[in-house]
Design a protein around this ligand. Sequence first.
Ligand code: ADP
Length: 616
Amino acid sequence: MAKKQKFKTEVSKLLDIVINSLYSEKYIFLRELISNASDACDKLRYYALTNPGIAKNNGEFKITITPNDEENTLTISDNGIGMNKDDLINHLGTIAKSGTADFVRNASDNGSIVDLIGKFGVGFYSAFMVAQKVEVTTRRAGEEQAYNWISDGVDGFEITETTREKIGTDVKLYLKDDAKDFTDTIYLRHIIRTYSDHINYPIVLDLGKAGEETVNTGSALWTKNKADITEDQYNEFYHHISRNFDTPWMRLHFKAEGSIEYTGLLYIPSEAPYDLFQPDRQQSLKLYVNRVFISDKVDDLMPAYLRFVKGIIDSADLPLNISREMLQQNALIAKIKNGTVSRILKELKKRSEDYDDYMKFWKIFGVAFKEGIYEDVANRVEVAELSRFYSTNSIDKLTSLDEYISRVQEGQTNIYYITGDDVPTLRNNPQLEAFAAKGLEVLLLTDPIDEFWVQVLTNFKGYPIKHISQADLDLKMERDTPRADEGSLKMLTDYMTELFKDEVGKVVPTEKLTKSPVSLTVENGQMSIHLERLMRNHQQQTAFASSRILEVNPYHPLIIKLADSMFDESQKQNVEEVSRLLLDQAKIAEGEAISDSSFFSEKLSDYILRGWQKSA
Ligand code: ADP
């Protein structure tokens, strides 16, 4: 008797949700198992390209569905790659996809099953929605020994040795009493046609004495004419290849002709994938050669910034027996990539005309997409055109760079931006005061990637893109308010420079502030304070910390008061304390931490109280 092996915790939890859920669309289990069977055939077909003979006597690839009314069972069989003992333990006892595992760990109620299936699918385990017991009999290509995996989906599974004449897999479901429908051939035919028609292999329904019937159309969906494909077929194909179960936001089906011919059927999801920012962010297109699945790991097929695009590329012009390694630097692959990227960008451009619709895409994928400004040298401008940003002049809508340009002021020669952690803090940054006063628009950039693309896209359609600290135009304004006396101001800034020598490079007067007394900035051309903070958070810097500048507003009454007090020995302590408070204030406005918070709060209350008492 084989020892019972326990499921991993997440699997138990997933099974618990699956078995006990009131999820009504239980028939989706069939789509999932057929999908797995189809993948297994894909894998063996590819494997056989380099190992001829491995699938000898295995017959044409097909998926067979055998209902048994008397036993109340349903068996899904394939002659694909099969599984050995390790495969069974690793694949049917764990959840491979980290996103699903995380989701399951956090799922607390049965209602989340709908979400779970919507986002990730539950794959093989969905069988337990309709089965009280599942028995998998399988033999892996190239191996003699077959295995039997059996489980009631409750606390574990058993694996025993068995025999199977050919390679492939049978998944036998012992149906629950209330799942008897799934032995009804009319119902089965209907489910298969609805959800699995696009499958590339024949799906054969075993009608017992009445023989066998191929139920699906069985041709690769992308080879058909667009006009002959229904919306449902397109969506079901998307579900199959992406293992996402939303309705895609965008679909692109095309045939490229010319020096190299290929077909693409691409989708952009409408829901955020869990792995958009995982470090091993790989592209996710599947490559077929003449309808034969080759690989879903051809990195060069799609640039990383478009890694969320799902779908397939099929080309008859690539050699069939090409190795996966050779695919990586193949010139034809590069051509396919360039052509495909252009088409995607063109389609996005069309869709960007409808703001609300485009925002559905942008809110999910914008941050990844913007990496293209940095990464895709050839399409840099197109990607920038398609990007959207927060800005001082457009409050509830994001703006494009073209729209920004359409609003430039007379005489304005640059596109300005500021970077920081979040939009509300940025909007209040004192550095923006003069820009606001002059009506100059500033982009508010808050994603880490923004710090990088601004370094490579330094000019857009004739407008240099500049950080506001590099504003070389004259921000000087006509002012009718008093200004600090030049001599005392010089004394004050010299004094503060000395006082803060460990924290800032220098203290200088500025014409840029209107409301605030002080503001922090960096030396022209140096790393922004935001980038420095990002790098610090990733433990990446110290060596090249930018030198800070504390700018003081010579028109502000507080600065005038300080400057005037420079000659008054009795004010020495006040001058020092107020100077320190001002530096802290500037840091807070930048989103920086202050060095001595107890000093700050104590002195702040002190000075408020003094002012209040005086005015009372
Ligand atoms: P997914 O298919 O999304 O990876 P599943 O839970 O459906 O997740 O399946 C887990 C794994 O089990 C598959 O990735 C595959 O390696 C293996 N598997 C499932 N069904 C079959 C099958 N019919 N033939 C061969 N391998 C299979």
